[in-house]
Design a protein around this ligand. Structure first.
Ligand code: HEM
Length: 110
């Protein structure tokens, strides 16, 4: 006998279930809504004294040198530049890194 699914989700095709609710967003990625909450208080506490103002939209969206600040942060988050951040982890997931990339390609929206 076929078991009856106990959740509506179980009836959804696997391809849809695997779609990440974060990366499947279609609205432009927002710094305040989508990116800023990914930084932990400890990240801000360690980086602000080093002049890397992760929580500061003006710093993060500064267009100087092809948005050097945002691109440097992205590179340290992904491990393209080392040491990968945050030091000791937990490192951002592939979905979170993709969201950050989309924030940049969407035009560094507030
Ligand atoms: C331009 C980007 C960044 C630069 C140049 C940078 C640089 C550094 C440096 C030089 C240190 C001290 C190294 C050490 O303690 O071994 C550090 C520590 C740290 N960074 Fe970053 N960082 C960047 C971005 C980030 C981001 C995006 C995060 C978090 C999402 C982060 C989280 C941390 C934390 C939590 C520490 C302290 C680790 C500890 O002492 O236990 N940093 N960073």
């Amino acid at each position: 006998m076929t078991p009856v699914p106990d959740r509506a989700d179980d009836c959804v095709p696997a391809s849809v279930q695997l779609e990440d609710p974060v990366t499947s967003k279609t609205a432009p990625v927002s710094f305040a809504n989508d990116i800023r909450p990914l930084f932990r208080p400890i990240d801000l506490a360690h980086m602000t004294p080093l002049e890397v103002r992760l929580g500061d939209y003006d710093y993060m969206s500064d267009a100087t040198d092809d948005h050097r600040n945002a691109r440097a942060v992205g590179a340290f988050l992904s491990g393209a530049r080392e040491p990968r951040m945050p030091v000791g982890g937990p490192f951002w997931t592939a979905a979170q890194l993709a969201l950050y990339q989309r924030w940049m390609t969407d035009g560094f929206q507030p």
